[in-house]
Design a protein. Structure first.
Length: 129
């Protein structure tokens, strides 16, 4: 499903969302995350040590609610997540630059590996206002 121009503008403009994944017991886990929107996909940087990593490995169907800081408008994006564990530098840099204006450290790639970072690519299947 293609987003409306308003929905896509909101996803591009905002940088913080709430990611919903499914726990082992079937209940929802909600996690605030920073993201980047690239080539029609939502890019999220997480670590292997977090529950959301294991939740996505077990069930890649996720959603993310993205809202204007004033509360409206908002959009919930439903889709399938893919985890990338190797080629993570550029995507993670794009996410980090959305909330950090100090630039990237010289040892950025080593820091990502030390933190056990991975990228999550959410391919949208449905946009709900």
């Amino acid at each position: 499903m293609t987003p409306t121009p308003e929905q896509e503008a909101l996803v591009k403009e905002q940088k913080l969302g709430v990611l919903a994944t499914q726990k082992k017991d079937g209940s929802s886990q909600l996690s605030p995350i920073f993201y980047a929107y690239q080539e029609g996909r939502i890019v999220i940087s997480i670590t292997k040590t977090r529950a959301k990593y294991h939740n996505i490995k077990r069930n890649p169907q996720v959603s993310i609610c993205i809202m204007n800081p004033e509360g409206r408008p908002y959009v919930t994006v439903y889709g399938r997540a893919e985890i990338e564990e190797e080629d993570i530098v550029d995507g993670t840099a794009a996410v980090f630059k959305r909330f950090n204006d100090r630039g990237l450290p010289d040892n950025f790639e080593a820091l990502l590996r030390e933190q056990q970072r991975v990228l999550v690519f959410l391919t949208p299947e449905k946009f709900v206002p």
